[in-house]
Design a protein around this ligand. Structure first.
Ligand code: UDP
Length: 319
């Protein structure tokens, strides 16, 4: 039976990948050290005979017995708060971890897909960002630990491809949202949902004129699978090109949650990119992929889950 191994499989995107591959009829091995991953994300899969969870840190030597056809390397702290709090782990999983997982892919003759990121473009001087743009990253800034780790990840992936002929894919993932994001991971959508649901002011960093382009998780899964099953070895942007200001996002969340909340301005974090929008020409042309779910629709779909999650959090706090 075709088998896929997903590192970071208990995380936000990783756990959605586990679900998706099981639905596609593959056997799934989920590897996670649960540093930022959450066992709740895969709890519903534990009884499935085609699913296996292995608690493992991929920055150490890894050994997996048996057949593996595809490896998707998604292990990494991935929100600005996480990688500011875990700078060394972030650097290690992007470098040592990627090296180990590439070694495993080589051993198994598996196809390898790297979860890269729009952060490789840093605070971009080209807008929107095509894959040919080399980026504007501060190597020593606080975000550098993530950005440079992912840039190194891309470099070593291409080196394995060129040197060992490994079958590789690189997805440059732009901001993605949906169920299973951690409420406290600091990202703007879980932060605003959790604040709005509790009737608290929305924390807009800076004036809120910075832009992001948000992709609904289901669209992201479709893009990633198309890339994996394509023949494209060069990086491909996977994201929704509809660009929104953070202020605009706050207004949309207010509309969906149905509350008229105060906006509280906080300082803009260091190196926070001022704009971000994927140029997805390559994804459209090579993968025939285009996101289908606009921001208001995606937020409305995710809202009931966030509401339940906030309710559970409040119950736990009060017990
Ligand atoms: N942001 C904000 N309020 C928050 C959290 C984030 O205004 O409570 C802003 C942040 O400064 C950035 C944007 O929202 O400009 C997206 O931040 P996020 O952490 O979601 O992801 P990033 O794209 O920066 O990695």
């Amino acid at each position: 039976m075709e088998t896929v191994l997903i590192t970071g499989g208990a995380g936000f995107l990783g756990s959605h990948l586990c679900d998706r591959f099981l639905r596609e009829g593959l056997r799934v091995i989920c590897v996670d050290n649960l540093l930022t991953g959450d066992p709740d994300n895969i709890a519903h899969l534990l009884g499935n005979e085609y699913f296996e969870f292995i608690k493992m840190d991929v920055t150490k030597f890894i050994y997996i017995p048996g057949r593996v056809d595809y490896i998707l390397h998604f292990a990494s702290p991935a929100s600005p708060i996480d990688y500011l709090q875990l700078p060394i782990q972030t650097l290690k999983v992007g470098s040592l971890g990627t090296h180990n997982v590439l070694g495993l892919a080589k051993e198994k003759k598996a196809r390898f897909l790297l979860a890269s990121t729009s952060e490789v473009y840093g605070d971009p001087l080209v807008h929107p960002q095509p894959e040919s743009y080399w980026g504007n990253v501060s190597p020593i800034g606080p975000r550098g630990v993530y950005d440079e780790a992912k840039r190194f990840g891309e470099a070593i992936t291409m080196a394995y491809h060129r040197t060992h002929g490994l079958d590789t894919r690189i997805a440059r993932i732009f901001n993605t949202y949906g169920t299973r994001m951690r409420l406290g991971d600091g990202r703007v959508i879980p932060a605003f949902f959790s604040q709005a649901i509790q009737g608290k002011p929305l924390t807009v960093f800076g004036a809120g004129n910075q832009t992001r382009s948000f992709c609904y998780v289901e669209d992201q899964m479709n893009g990633l699978l198309r890339l994996l099953f394509s023949n494209e070895c060069e990086p491909v942007n996977i994201g929704n090109p509809a660009e929104h200001t953070v202020k605009g996002l706050a207004e949309l969340i207010q509309k969906i949650v149905g509350s008229d909340l105060e906006i509280e301005h906080h300082p803009l974090p260091t190196d926070d990119p001022k704009v971000r929008q994927p140029d997805i020409t390559r994804a459209r042309e090579i993968l025939g992929w285009d996101p289908q779910i606009d921001l208001e629709e995606g937020l409305s779909r995710a809202y009931p889950w966030f509401k339940r999650r906030v309710a559970t959090m409040l119950e736990q706090e009060n017990s």
